[in-house]
Design a binder for this molecule. Structure first.
Ligand SMILES: [Ca+2]
Ligand SMILES: [Ca+2]
Length: 363
């Protein structure tokens, strides 16, 4: 046997001994020698945090009692049993991409060491912010129309996708900011007695803008990154989707729940500051859906719903019709014209001190 062969034999025997020794120690000592990772902790965003940005990244901290290198499985989603989205990653952050507004997210981290031990952290959650001044109205069907209102039959089921709706009518302050930013003329003063310079006077900043045409409302909405609601969306925001109620608050008129004409109980001869009538709030959380200013919608006016879309979209003719629809009645109207299913139609160029608008937004 050569020295070289002897050498390899010696190395081989040594390795065999060492290997057996290692095996033996693994079999008997690993479970007590090496511990599982500590539980992932210190979530960012903090657990149950609200109003988080839609570009939020998640991160956490984790350690191992033995100082082992750790990897992580990231579970993340809108379900409370979130799916695995990033297996065996080494970093302690995860970028879920652009999130939805007004959405709850759930997440959980499972830490692995390099000894086949793993530890799951708790389920964490956070929610993202919505759009300022808007409420998210969830998708779902409702009964649109009513037999009490002219041009509002047949009553039919529409399935409205989720959408955002302004909580309040667009105010003088908001519309003035749009005019200032775009060098647009202010609306004409409505000559409300005792309310001079209605559009620009800071005293009326929180009152609804008036004397705006449908085109003015369109331009404002585009500037704001929003749009006019469809009639189907407007009515859904006004009455909810459970009972086809006549008024935003229920089926019985109440003099102190809305600003209408010839009604001392509402406290206003002309317009009222938006959101004045807390009891008049709709099931979705929108104010002044009855009265104050009548509100432009996107739709062309059709005096009846035969042939209307049932997917919540605006009913728009090609070419566009001669009238656009308005909803909710105004500060001058009788209460019966402020019911949720009541409709009105004006020339889209028309500017009156009865009409204003609010905006919607697609999530
Ligand atoms: Ca009034
Ligand atoms: Ca209104």
């Amino acid at each position: 046997m050569s020295y070289r062969r002897l050498f390899y034999l010696a190395v081989g025997i040594t390795l065999l001994v060492l290997f057996n020794g290692c095996d033996k120690s693994n079999d008997t000592e690993e479970p007590t020698d090496n511990s599982a990772p500590n539980s992932p902790s210190s979530p960012v965003p903090a657990d149950s945090a609200q109003n988080q940005a839609v570009n939020t990244d998640i991160s956490w901290t984790c350690s191992d009692p033995d100082g082992d290198t750790l990897t992580y499985d990231v579970y993340f989603g809108t379900s409370s049993t979130p799916p695995l989205v990033s297996p065996v990653q080494s970093g302690i952050t995860y970028d879920p991409g652009t999130l939805a507004n007004s959405q709850s997210y759930y997440w959980r981290i499972v830490a692995h060491d390099n000894h086949d031990h793993s530890t799951s952290g708790p389920l964490w959650s956070f929610s993202t912010a919505g759009f300022a001044g808007m409420v998210l109205i969830p998708a779902g069907p409702y009964s649109m129309g009513a037999t009490y209102a002219y041009g509002a039959t047949p009553v039919h089921t529409v399935n409205v996708p989720a959408f955002y709706m302004d909580i309040y009518e667009v105010t003088n302050a908001k519309y003035k900011a749009f005019c200032d930013a775009t060098s647009r003329s202010y609306p004409w003063d409505p000559d409300f007695g005792g309310m001079p310079n209605y559009i620009t006077n800071p005293a009326y900043a929180n009152y609804p803008v008036v004397n705006v045409s449908w085109y003015d409302a369109q331009a404002y909405a585009a500037w704001a990154g929003e749009r006019l609601p469809s009639e189907a969306e407007w009515e859904r925001a006004a009455k909810g989707n459970s009972d086809n109620r006549q008024y935003p608050w229920g089926d019985t008129w109440n003099d102190s729940y809305a600003n209408i004409g010839d009604n001392p109980a509402d406290g206003h001869t002309y317009t009222a500051p938006v959101g004045t009538y807390l009891n008049g709030v709709s099931p979705a959380g929108c104010y002044d859906m009855a009265g104050n200013v009548c509100e432009w919608c996107e739709d062309d006016m059709h005096w009846g719903y035969t042939g209307a879309p049932t997917d919540g979209s605006a009913w728009v003719d090609n070419p566009r019709g001669s009238l656009r629809s308005l909803r909710g009645g105004s500060w001058l109207y009788d209460y019966s014209f402020t019911r949720c299913a009541e409709r009105d139609g004006y020339d889209p160029l028309n500017r009156t001190n009865l009409n204003g608008f609010r905006c919607a937004r697609t999530p």
